[in-house]
Each structure stands twice: as C-alpha cells, then as structure tokens.
Design a protein around this ligand. Structure first.
Ligand SMILES: [Zn+2]
Length: 120
C-alpha cells in the first residue's frame, strides 16, 4: 500500500464528502495532510487498510460496484448521505474495527459479510 497526504486529490476523489479524512483506491491510501503523524492517522490508515483488504478480496471492481449500489440503495430507502455511507457493509466493518490496530492480523477472508445486518 502507498500512503499519500494530499487534500486536493482527496477532494477531487470524494467531492461529496468534504469532511472525509481518507479514501482508498488499491493500492493507494489518500489522506488529509493535517492528520499526518497524529493518532488519528494511525486509526484512519487502519480503516483504509481494511478497505484495501476488502478491495483485494473482491478484485476492486466488485467492491466498487457493490459500494456504489449500496450507497444509492440507502439513499433510495430515504437515508441521509451520511447514513447511506455508514450503512455500506464495507464501512460498517471498517468503522467497527479501525481502532483495533491488530485486527488485520487475524481477520478472516470476507469478514465484511459479518456486517450484513442493517442498523438503519
Ligand atoms: Zn471507509
């Protein structure tokens, strides 16, 4: 994985989420430059590394299609932007486990499937 701190690139890749700390497009993790060297960076990188693992497991394309369809479905169900984003199965796993910096060492393949149950 390659970590890049670049606010402009981050805004370009996620214009709908101005407050976002990072985005992952295998093998790149793009982060907001203000978080470099902070405790938040470790957690955000861990969050994004979970996405890298998911993307590899789903050959990137399946991940991307699933992610977008899931987001659109959430919006169609009447969820807000933020709720739709947080309800995506991949985000649920990443947000749930990002504080456990050892998570990826023992994570099993397709573990995001444990997060199928909707909470909205
Ligand atoms: Zn995420």
């Amino acid at each position: 994985m390659i970590v890049i701190y670049n606010n402009r690139l981050l805004r370009f890749l996620s214009p709908w989420f101005p407050g976002i700390s990072g985005i992952t497009l295998f093998p790149f993790i793009i982060l907001r430059k203000e978080i470099r060297g902070t405790a938040e960076a470790h957690i955000t990188i861990n969050h994004e590394r979970i996405h890298i693992r998911q993307q590899v497991e789903l050959l990137l394309v399946i991940f991307a299609v699933w992610y977008v369809i899931s987001f659109i479905t959430g919006r169609a169900r009447g969820l807000t932007w933020y709720e739709s984003y947080r309800s995506i199965i991949f985000e649920r796993e990443a947000f749930d486990r990002m504080h456990d910096l050892d998570y990826l060492k023992q994570r099993r393949i397709f573990s995001f499937m444990n997060y199928r149950k909707k909470f909205w």
